[in-house]
Design a protein around this ligand. Structure first.
Ligand code: PXP
Length: 259
């Protein structure tokens, strides 16, 4: 199982003070040394963490392939074409959200993504689509001839958190899930089944399957059990753990769970 480490949160910490420290660029060699396979960054429209200059330096200097997440608007796509990362992952973006909520609706945005896919192909940049784990999204992704899909694990992670961690600090979107424990267990089972079915279907269609969002040292084990998922992109939990054990150890601990 490949691991992409999302280093946005290093820039989040820097932006808390609006100074130059810590610099996400300094993470590159540590991520490589720790045995991870990819650097993932999200250049948001509001530039709330990673800035253009970070993205440029990271892409120019990374010893690992860089996966650039961005929204499907023209400015961001032009930026991605200029930056030339190894892969672009198209994600939905709402300005008020704390983090990416829900997958990209590749059915509704089909025509826009066709145009983007052509531009990225001409530039020899791999394309990935961050989608919810359902059949319609997988079919549309296949029709869009993307190389990768990344399945949104947020629902699974949220239900897992409701069942096994302190509810008051789980992400706000799950508060809509007012379910008792028995129903939560059913929901967890369903969320995993959806991920598994979407992965199998995508794999059969020839797509490479990644997954991510909300994965941590506890909930990652069941995801590892879905053999069609060949890559995970993980940020928050690894950077949070690195505060206590250092980035290298935090990544190695995660890799220890994955391989
Ligand atoms: N994959 C995608 C497409 C994302 O948008 C994010 C969040 O930036 C992640 C993975 C990583 O999520 P987390 O920080 O919850 O591990």
């Amino acid at each position: 199982m490949l691991l992409g480490v999302n280093i946005d949160h290093i820039a989040v910490l820097r932006e808390a003070r609006k100074i130059n420290d810590p610099d996400p660029l300094d993470a590159l060699s540590i991520v490589k040394r720790s045995g991870a396979d990819q650097i993932t960054i999200h250049l948001r429209e509001d530039r709330r963490h990673i800035h253009d200059e970070d993205a440029q330096k990271i892409i120019e200097n990374s010893p690992l392939p860089v996966n650039l997440e961005c929204a499907i608007n023209e400015e961001m796509i032009e930026k991605a074409l200029f930056l030339r990362p190894h892969r672009v992952t198209l994600v939905p973006e709402k300005r008020e959200e704390v983090t990416t909520e829900g997958g990209l609706d590749v059915v509704k945005n089909f025509d826009t993504i066709v145009m983007i896919a052509q531009k990225l192909k001409r530039a020899q940049i791999e394309l990935s689509l961050f989608i919810d784990p359902n059949s319609a999204m997988v079919d549309a992704s296949h029709a869009l001839k993307t190389q990768w899909i990344e399945l949104h694990t947020g629902m699974y992670a949220n239900v897992y958190a409701m069942l096994f961690t302190n509810l008051s600090r789980t992400h706000h979107s799950i508060k809509t899930l007012e379910l008792n424990r028995e129903s939560l267990h059913v929901k967890l089972h369903e969320a995993l089944a959806e991920l598994s079915m979407a992965s199998k279907k995508a794999h059969l269609l020839g797509l490479k399957v990644a997954a991510g969002h909300g994965l941590n040292y506890h909930n990652v084990t069941a995801i590892k059990g879905i053999e069609e998922i060949v890559e995970l992109n993980i940020g928050q939990s690894i950077i949070a753990r690195s505060v206590f054990v250092g980035l290298e150890n935090a990544i190695k601990e995660m890799i220890g769970l994955l391989r």
